[in-house]
Design a protein around this ligand. Structure first.
Ligand code: PRT
Ligand code: ZN
Length: 223
């Protein structure tokens, strides 16, 4: 067995919509870093805290297996993975971060009449969030076919792959460009700070508490 780590690890998105703002928040929390040669890590200079730069989808798994103690990730990604693997203990949300806001929405072709979620009965719904969508359909008591796509969900109706979609929306420009209109919200999302469900050594637990407090301080403008 390898020696227990004596530096805390926090995972953030390497590149993408959350990447810059996540690092910015860590800087505002008082951390300074230098990059590793392979660009996988940023080593903390002033505290024993390192930043792991990864794809956002990998963050819940890294927290679950204890490869890092904290992570910044969209609630949509965290909840989708938790729902998709029932019975597994998942990371806990310790703070909401106020950026990366979006919502997972049902959108239908502009000309399709809409009254209520019951109108989805028997339709094919394209999404990259099959578990969140299935849970919402079950809550609404609607039987529909979930078509899982990894990208370009918004063009699925035009390609004949699905009748309607369930995708993330922020400004609504993508839906509009694809002649779709939003009719229901499945999940409101933003970036969150999540913590490993594993027990931490006293040293890492103390570092995690300190970093959480510094992040909360930066968010409330106290720093
Ligand atoms: O490479 P990696 O896997 O790390 O990144 P990624 O491509 O999976 O994710 P990325 O960077 O696109 O998004 C990261 C997180 O940002 C998401 O998981 C959400 O929590 C959050 N977020 C906020 C968004 C959006 N807003 C958003 N608008 N994620 C995606 N979108 C997409 C949406 O899927 C659609 O294609 O933007 C389009 C809609 O935007 P509007 O403005 O036209 O409505
Ligand atoms: Zn991703």
């Amino acid at each position: 067995m390898s020696a227990p780590r004596d530096r805390l690890r926090i995972a953030v998105q390497k590149s993408g919509r959350l990447a810059e703002t996540s690092l910015d928040l860590l800087r505002r929390a008082g951390l300074s870093f230098r990059a590793s040669r392979d660009r996988l890590f940023l080593f903390g200079d002033n505290l024993p805290i390192d930043v792991l730069l990864v794809r956002d989808d990998d963050i819940p798994g890294l927290l679950r297996e204890g490869s890092c103690e904290l992570g910044m990730v969209g609630r949509n990604v965290l909840d989708e993975q938790s729902l998709a693997t029932p019975g597994v203990v998942f990371p806990k949300v310790v703070s909401t971060l106020g950026f990366g806001r979006c919502h997972l929405a049902i959108a239908v072709p502009q000309e399709m009449p809409w009254g209520s979620p019951a109108d989805l009965e028997g339709l094919r719904i394209a999404t990259s969030y099959p578990a969140l969508l299935a849970a919402w359909l079950a809550r609404e008591g609607v039987a529909a076919e979930v078509v899982t796509l990894n990208g370009s969900v918004e063009i699925a109706p035009r390609l004949g792959k699905a009748d309607v979609i369930c995708d993330l929306v922020s400004t609504g420009a993508t839906l509009q460009a694809n002649q779709l209109r939003e009719v229901a919200t499945v999940l409101d999302s933003e970036a969150v700070l999540a913590r490993t469900p594993r027990a931490l050594s006293p040293l890492l637990a103390e570092l995690a508490e300190r970093l959480q407090a510094r992040i909360d301080g930066a968010l409330s403008g106290a720093q």
